[in-house]
Design a protein around this ligand. Structure first.
Ligand code: GDP
Ligand code: MN
Length: 377
């Protein structure tokens, strides 16, 4: 889960990493008033969960409250990589002398947390990584030994941090690491880490990605998730690792394979009905997975019928049938279910469903027609 720059800065500050303290504004008027309160100059920054805001025009320095107003008006509503800017961060601008990069990331290849440092920070770190990888230093962290001050000094030196900034960088790297570990992050990045005209190191930007699997024990961070417009059933499906998209019809659709599920949704439409959702159970159809999928689909009170469409390849029809029967036993299913099984062991699957009250169908078209009819009944 990504968090916004202003939120990441709050986290980092708590661990002792200096970062400008600003205010989040939703209107140009608010931005102007905050700029006036802070005293110019300020920097106005789009708060969207993507990088490259600077290049997209989403970061502007303003020298007066009026300029802050104009900048905020330009940035609010802007589209950055498909995201609409709804909020800007207004904070005291830094007098930046140098821009460095420091970050901690989970490196899956080495299965280690990795500290990354470069004196060539700023907006183009990806380019630096590609064209002059020698300017980027890495340090894998041994989980037993941990990230010690000598590691920090070594990686900061290799990253090209000049002598005058080394003590500060060593200190910040360790604080960044603590913030990363205690937040269960998979990425904590400061780019740029600004060396200001007064020789201070300050986080001018901050980015954190929290491990979704750790959100259960990171309540405060978990609560930052943008629920704006997020569907509660989709959120629950995501928590359970199920590919679910809520639609606005009344026929719950469950299938294996994204293509098949989309085709099923089309078929329902052709039969005159409307799917309530997209749900792909993927390969395999263990009872637990089927149960979870069914439970998610039934959370939608609009669902009046469930349409299972499973094409047996590696997934066997009899296994799916058993899964559905077991799921039905452990769940209170209040709507009719139409099951279309095809492919490997489909026949055996249909036999298992005989007399269960579940409605079998041989083709997708037949199943869709039945589902539409049952949903209307
Ligand atoms: P990103 O493009 O999404 O990574 O956004 P950043 O927060 O990194 O901002 C992009 C660039 O704007 C930075 O590399 C800086 O050069 C500049 N910038 C950001 N904050 C400040 C600031 O407080 N003062 C000044 N002068 N420049 C800033
Ligand atoms: Mn940045």
């Amino acid at each position: 889960m990504k968090i916004h720059e202003f939120q990441a800065k709050q986290v980092l500050r708590r661990f002792g990493v200096p970062a400008p303290d600003g205010a989040v504004c939703e209107t140009p008027e608010e931005a102007r008033d905050h700029a006036a309160a802070l005293g110019a100059p300020v920097v106005i920054k789009a708060q969207v969960l993507v990088g490259g805001r600077g290049k997209a025009g989403g970061v502007k320095v303003a020298r007066s409250p009026e300029e802050a107003f104009t900048a905020a008006r330009a940035i609010l509503g802007m589209d950055i990589k498909g995201l609409t800017v709804r909020r800007v961060l207004v904070e005291p601008a830094l007098d930046i002398r140098e821009e460095y990069y420091i970050g901690v990331a989970l490196d899956r290849a080495s299965q280690r947390n990795t500290v990354i440092v470069s004196a060539s920070g700023g907006v183009d770190i990806e380019e630096v990584a590609e064209q002059t990888p020698g300017k980027i230093a890495r340090q894998c962290v041994d989980p037993v030994i941990g990230f010690r001050s000598w590691h920090a000094l070594d990686v900061a030196k290799r990253g090209g941090i000049p002598a005058e900034a080394l003590p500060g960088a060593v200190d910040l790297l360790q604080k960044l690491m603590r913030a990363y570990l205690e937040s269960d992050a998979v990425l904590a990045e400061v780019n740029p880490l600004a060396l200001t005209a007064d020789g201070e190191l300050v986080a001018a930007d901050a980015k954190m990605v929290i491990d979704d699997n750790a959100l259960f024990r990171q309540e405060e961070l978990a609560s930052l998730r943008e629920d704006e417009g997020e569907d509660p059933i989709e959120a629950e499906a995501r928590r359970r690792g199920i590919q679910y998209v809520r639609l606005d019809g009344d026929i719950g659709v469950i299938g294996n394979g994204a293509g098949l599920v989309m085709a099923t949704i089309d078929e329902v439409r052709t039969a005159g009905g409307k799917a309530a959702n997209f749900l792909d159970i993927g390969g395999g159809a263990r009872a637990e997975l089927v149960r979870n999928a069914l439970e998610i689909v039934l959370m939608d009170p609009r669902v009046r019928c469930v349409f299972f469409n499973v094409f047996g390849g590696i997934t066997r029809g009899d296994e799916v049938a058993r899964g559905i029967l077991a799921a039905r036993e452990s769940l209170e299913v209040r709507v009719p279910m139409v099951i279309r099984l095809a492919g490997t062991e489909a026949e055996a699957g249909r036999r298992l469903l005989d007399g269960s009250g579940l409605i079998p169908a041989e083709t997708m078209q037949e199943a869709a027609a039945k589902a539409v009819e049952l949903a209307r009944a």
